[in-house]
Design a protein around this ligand. Structure first.
Ligand SMILES: C[S@@+](CC[C@H](N)C(=O)[O-])C[C@H]1O[C@@H](n2cnc3c(N)ncnc32)[C@H](O)[C@@H]1O
Length: 224
């Protein structure tokens, strides 16, 4: 039976995680977060971090990058705001409650979109991925760190069985690479640059996607 996740349910789940999130998920994803920030800084500029959570990555961006963080959970964002104040992160422009499926920003308003450990928590991930493409400028980049589920075998079976539990905790364990491939195939404005396994155990990956430059209108050479 398909598990249906709702934005309200996910927000509630992360409201419960907020007080202990850094303790439980801080160290385990540290290297993945560092890899995502490094990948984002290849392009730099104005960066949107979607699902910024408690803001564990915010202090790692270059002081020259301007960062906007959005998340669906107010309690997670309160922690992020506290971090911005305590660390005096002047390059953080805004920390705002917003749903990744409906980004309240104009087209092409960021150089980079970063989404760390969030895609599998979003009820309609493909809708959010489309939004990332819309708000990033042509020539910009989308950086995702994400769980890639096993499609078969014992791990695949366990991940399917865990879904009723993990969906209530705010994320999916079952999420195949085929789902990203299908989305990439139907998204003409992007191209996959890189997919590499991340620690711990290689169950997570970093995905680097280019937002392709818009096609130039054809110019016709005048007949001489
Ligand atoms: C596993 S946490 C990752 C937090 C942070 N990126 C990190 O690396 O620690 C997932 C985050 O995504 C947020 N989230 C889930 N669904 C969302 C949505 N539809 N829109 C925006 N944020 C969402 C959750 O509230 C939570 O803060």
């Amino acid at each position: 039976m398909a598990i249906v996740m709702s934005a309200d349910g996910v927000a509630e789940a992360y409201g419960r995680w907020a007080p202990v999130y850094d303790l439980v998920f801080g160290p385990v994803f540290r290297r993945g977060r560092a890899a995502a920030v490094d990948a984002a800084e290849i392009t730099g500029g104005r960066i949107l971090e979607v699902g910024v959570g408690t803001g564990l990555s915010l202090g790692s961006y270059s002081k020259h990058s301007r960062v906007v963080g959005i998340d669906i959970s107010q309690p997670m964002l309160e922690k992020a705001r506290e971090r911005v104040r305590n660390q005096k992160l002047d390059n953080v422009e805004a920390i705002t409650v917003m749903d990744a499926e409906r980004l309240d920003y104009p087209d092409a308003s960021f150089d980079v979109v970063v989404a760390q450990y969030v895609v599998t928590a979003i009820p309609n991930p493909e809708r959010a991925l489309d939004e990332f493409v819309r708000v990033v400028r042509p020539g910009g980049a989308i950086i995702i760190t994400t769980r890639i589920g096993a499609e078969t075998g014992l791990r695949g079976t366990i991940e399917k069985l865990l879904m009723p539990i993990t969906s209530r905790l705010g994320f999916r364990t079952e999420f195949s690479w085929a789902r990203y491939e299908d989305w990439l195939r139907t998204s003409p404005k992007v191209s996959l640059l890189e997919k590499r396994a991340l620690p711990p155990l290689g169950h997570f990956s970093l995905i680097r996607i280019a937002r392709l430059p818009d096609a130039q209108p054809e110019t016709h050479q005048k007949d001489r």
